[in-house]
Design a binder for this molecule. Structure first.
Ligand SMILES: [Zn+2]
Length: 141
């Protein structure tokens, strides 16, 4: 897990500074697109911003859990074990209230590098993009 400085390059790899990219979204602003939400969730995993992961998970998706305390604790443990070191967004699309993003997230776990490739689906609910589910991803809490 790493911390992000406001003026440093954003962990999501957009090339923008953290304060002008994922920081406001982690702070509660609505993500303008499924890709922006996906990037902010990656940054949340990279920096341990667990609350953001909870509130941007769609209640109908398989990752949503009603026991927020246990869920947050497991996410915190996960973020502490896995160091996310890079993100590539391959394609992103949105149509109406539905969005998809295909990406690869690179990580280091126990000194070993790895990658998660996932095709994620998003739904917009009351103006906010939420993560619904994904195919091909490694299991994350
Ligand atoms: Zn970012």
């Amino acid at each position: 897990m790493r911390s992000a400085a406001r003026n440093a390059p954003c962990p999501c790899g957009s090339g923008r500074r953290f304060k002008g990219c994922c920081e406001p979204i982690l702070g509660g602003e609505a993500a303008p697109s499924p890709e922006a939400l996906m990037r902010s969730r990656y940054t949340a995993y990279a920096t341990g911003a667990v609350r953001h992961l909870l509130r941007t998970t769609h209640p109908d998706g398989p990752h949503f859990r009603s026991d927020e305390r246990t869920w947050a604790e497991e996410l915190r443990n996960y973020c502490g074990l896995i160091d996310f070191v890079g993100l590539e967004v391959h394609e992103a699309a949105e149509a109406g209230e539905v969005g998809t993003v295909r990406f690869t997230a690179h990580f280091v776990h126990g000194g070993q590098g790895g990658a998660i490739e996932e095709h994620s689906r998003f739904r917009r609910v009351e103006g906010r993009w939420l993560y619904l589910d994904g195919e091909g991803g490694a299991p994350a809490p």
